[in-house]
Write a protein that binds this ligand. Structure first.
Ligand code: PMP
Length: 416
């Protein structure tokens, strides 16, 4: 009685009305009980993420994400978006005006590229030597494009000759290729590919989600028409913002479209206007994930401060040390040719008689280190170790090798 009397008049009146309204009010009474799990504090354990992504995020980038939110059209946020565009142009080595970050993960950038560049009658050639070519082919088929796949066994790459034959046979308007094939550990050579594609009237689309910042890629000099990456790999930012850039050739193809792209969210025309790429006043399109944008800005700033060439060298040095250490443990690298080993993600064969799941579980449980098993065509065959961005250090290589030695000793009971 005493408590009810203390209630503000308006709430007391509402409660009285509820208790007398009977069945009519029952419909507005919540029936799903409150989720007790949400009353516990959030628990995030400390782990070293040495799988193919995401990688650990540096304190500086995390601090950026912890800043207070601003409005998505506030001048400070628009400035951050401009900083990001300049950072992507540097990281991609491009002068392209149509350069921005997609609000979504790497798959979203892949879809953005395909949705904007393919129309019903287009033919796309896809280099499939792992899961990423399969995914691109899947998306392109959903869009109604004619898709031809050039197939290579996992662990191998495409030569100019392979591509030349595919272009001559299928006459595609676009070629999709993966620079860093993170499911197999292959680094696709890009030299000469842009020129070859352009000679055949074809655009070159490159997925650099797993390689950007970790291996050389020079968008303009290599004649790449569309390039995208993710934020959570060598940039070491949280997942969810994906840099992308389109050449003038690609832009012209988009301008020639007869139909509008079948996605509003990923329509590059609207995004260009929101990101201030079109020279026109900015138009609201969606709310950029503000915290993610702050993080991406800082991640690109760190890359710029370090310098691209230093970053490439750093990734190559840790990869070389890792590969040597793995071989010293008696393990066999999956990619035979050293020159095409992806510096960011190394694949190693699951040793004879071991169960890969027990090795990864042991590393997680005993050492709080994540590495992954294979993916798609390499599932069950390899372990994948990522050393990217903030995590690409000699110390992490040594820590992982010690933990792996331990795992190989302790998982012996799992010998088949
Ligand atoms: N392409 C490649 C080469 C990748 O490694 C990944 C992520 N593993 C993706 C695309 C997809 O990115 P996301 O998981 O961020 O959607």
């Amino acid at each position: 009685m005493h408590r009810a009397a203390a209630l503000p008049k308006s709430i007391a009146a509402l409660l009285r009305a509820r208790s007398t309204a009977g069945c009519a009010m029952a419909a507005s009474t919540p029936r799903v009980p409150l989720p007790r799990e949400l009353l516990r504090p959030l628990a995030v354990p400390h782990r070293l993420l040495l799988g193919p992504g995401p990688s650990n995020v540096s304190p500086r980038v995390r601090a950026a994400g912890g800043q207070q939110i601003l409005g998505h059209m506030h001048p400070e946020v628009l400035q951050v978006m401009d900083d990001i565009k300049a950072g992507i142009q540097y990281a991609f080595q491009t002068q392209n005006r149509l350069t921005l970050a997609i609000s979504g993960t790497g798959h979203c950038a892949m879809e953005a590229a395909l949705i904007n560049l393919l129309e019903g009658n287009d033919t796309m050639l896809v280099g499939t030597n792992g899961i990423w070519g399969q995914r691109a082919a899947d998306i392109a088929r959903r869009l109604g494009a004619k898709v031809h796949e050039l197939l290579k066994p996992p662990g191998e790459y495409f030569t100019l000759q392979d591509i030349q034959e595919g272009l001559a046979q299928h006459k595609p308007s676009m070629l999709f290729i993966t620079h860093g094939e993170s499911s197999t550990g292959v680094l696709q050579p890009l030299e000469g590919l842009g020129e070859l594609c352009h000679r055949h009237g074809c655009l070159l689309l490159v997925d650099a989600v797993a390689s950007l910042g970790g291996a050389p890629i020079l968008m303009d000099q290599q004649g790449i028409d569309v390039l995208y990456t993710g934020s959570q790999k060598a940039l070491s930012a949280p997942p969810g913002s994906s840099p992308i850039s389109f050449s003038e050739r690609a832009r012209e193809k988009m301008l020639r479209r007869k139909t509008r792209p079948p996605s509003f969210y990923l329509d590059m025309d609207c995004l260009a206007s929101y990101w201030g790429c079109s020279g026109e006043p900015r138009m609201y399109h969606h709310t950029v994930p503000i915290s993610g944008i702050f993080c991406l800005r800082e991640a690109l700033a760190i890359l710029a401060e370090q310098g691209l060439e230093n970053s490439w060298e750093q990734h190559q040095a840790v990869c070389t040390r890792l590969c040597q250490g793995l071989q010293d443990l008696g393990l066999e690298l999956f990619v035979k040719e050293e020159a095409v080993r992806l510096p960011t993600v190394t694949t190693v064969r699951v040793p004879e008689g071991y169960n890969w799941k027990e090795i990864t579980a042991f590393l997680m449980d005993k050492h709080s280190i994540e590495i992954s098993g294979g993916l798609g065509p390499t599932a069950g065959k390899v372990l994948r170790i990522g050393l990217m961005g903030y995590n690409a250090t000699q110390d992490n290589v040594d820590r992982l090798l010690r933990a792996l030695r331990d795992a190989l000793q302790h998982c012996q009971h799992s010998r088949l």
